[in-house]
Design a protein around this ligand. Structure first.
Ligand code: GDP
Ligand code: MG
Length: 392
């Protein structure tokens, strides 16, 4: 089964709000009474949803149990929301605290950081209307104040409004597919700085065969220029700029080889402190694609970050009609190596700011240790791993 790593959906809710039951309802269309609470703070599912309107929706779904401490942990919240297209905030209408926790969580989310995020407030357990502790007016007021959030009443027990919810999730993940908020990384004001006022640094290196467009990528990113006649000498070049992620300012250095990539003889020090590698090939030249593996080996042999260095494979020159390496082929190949693949054109400035922003963000999160939250404890037997869709 193919799961697109960009289709990330979150369910936030306090213990007992009905997260696991909602997952069961979405995945299998069933409901089981008396579930055990989550042992871990969060759990991930690879979920396939099929129904009349949707042929197949494969998503990575995170069930996240919130409490007061969670709500205060800004980094943790950000790391979950990173590259997420749809967040469901689950409230148990029979439990006041459940709504209070969701309200405090939402107030801690800097919504403008995530312009492509669809947020849905869910009033769960609507079958228990008689037991309702949070009035519809209260929900209404909250939604009026937070107008980017949608609201929906559901019941995982009797299935009320589940197709509507699935439809909303489907729209959210498909509309914002692969889009990274381009304002998430911005240029810092005033590029003349001392190290005193920046909070860290990032170093990226460019690799790939000669003539694939490495220097053009640097020129595009730093000067927004495309110059068809790039010089090719011997040496190493670097460009520096200061970028802003949220309130943090970082010094970004991008290293470009000047010529000696022809001999694939880049000095070890070129790679050594790199946080990220942009590995380019030319989609119109097969040999540059065939050499990608050699470049990866070079990176791994020389980087002192070993497996921690972020590598993106970039197919450049997609503006040219003479392409010989298809997107599918490059994607499949990159996937087999566990690496991300993007298509770019330096000439027409296609996908360059997006890819750079994503790379910077990913390296920054790795350096801040945020990636750890994605490393799950292995699931216990009988838990979600063993679940399979059944026919219904
Ligand atoms: P490097 O050797 O990897 O640094 O490659 P360069 O940046 O010097 O580019 C090599 C050649 O490819 C130059 O003639 C560029 O004009 C051309 N080139 C680079 N990027 C693109 C692109 O996106 N589209 C097209 N059509 N040509 C490109
Ligand atoms: Mg060059």
């Amino acid at each position: 089964m193919e799961y697109d790593s960009f289709k990330k959906v979150l369910i936030f809710g306090n213990a007992g709000s009905g997260k696991t039951s909602l997952v069961e309802r979405l995945e299998r269309g069933s409901f089981t009474e008396g579930k055990k609470p989550l042992e871990n703070e969060f759990i991930t599912h690879k979920l396939t949803i099929e129904n009349d309107q949707i042929k197949k929706l494969n998503i990575n779904l995170y069930e996240i149990r919130i409490d007061e401490n969670f709500n205060k942990n800004q980094e943790l919240i950000d790391s979950f929301l990173y590259e997420c297209q749809c967040a469901l905030f689950l409230v148990d209408i029979t439990n006041l605290e459940s709504f209070e926790l969701i309200q405090s969580l939402i107030s801690n989310i800097e919504i403008n950081k995530y312009p492509y995020l669809k947020m849905i407030l869910i009033q769960n357990k609507c079958d228990q209307e008689d037991n309702r502790k949070i009035s519809k007016e209260k929900f209404g007021d909250f939604i009026n104040k937070n107008n980017s959030i949608e609201s929906l009443g559901i019941s995982s027990k009797d299935g009320k409004n589940i197709p509507e919810l699935i439809n909303k999730i489907n729209i959210a993940v498909n509309e914002s597919k692969n889009k990274l908020p381009s304002n998430i990384v911005s240029e810092a004001q005033g590029q003349k700085k001392t190290l005193m006022n920046v909070s860290g640094s990032l170093s990226l290196v460019l690799v790939g065969d000669s003539q694939v467009g490495k220097t053009c990528l640097v020129n595009r990113y730093f000067k927004n220029k495309f110059d068809a006649s790039t010089l090719s000498n011997i040496g190493i070049d670097k460009d520096i700029k200061f970028v802003k992620i949220g309130e943090e300012e970082l010094k970004l250095t991008v290293w470009d080889t000047v010529g000696q990539e022809r001999f694939r003889a880049l000095p070890k020090k070129y790679y050594q402190n790199a946080d990220g590698v942009l590995l380019l090939f030319d989609v119109t030249k097969e040999d540059t694609f065939l050499h990608v593996n050699d470049w990866i080996k070079d990176v791994k042999d020389n980087s002192n970050k070993e497996n921690d260095v972020v590598i993106y494979i970039l197919g450049n020159k997609i503006d040219m009609p003479e392409r010989v390496i298809t997107k599918e082929k490059a994607e499949e190949f990159s996937k087999s190596l566990g690496l991300k693949y993007f298509e770019i054109s330096c000439k027409i400035n296609m996908n360059i700011p997006e890819v750079m922003a994503r790379m910077i963000m990913e390296c920054h999160m790795k350096n801040s240790g945020i990636k750890d939250v994605f490393q799950l404890k292995p699931a216990k037997k009988g838990e979600h791993r063993d679940r399979r869709r059944c026919c219904h």
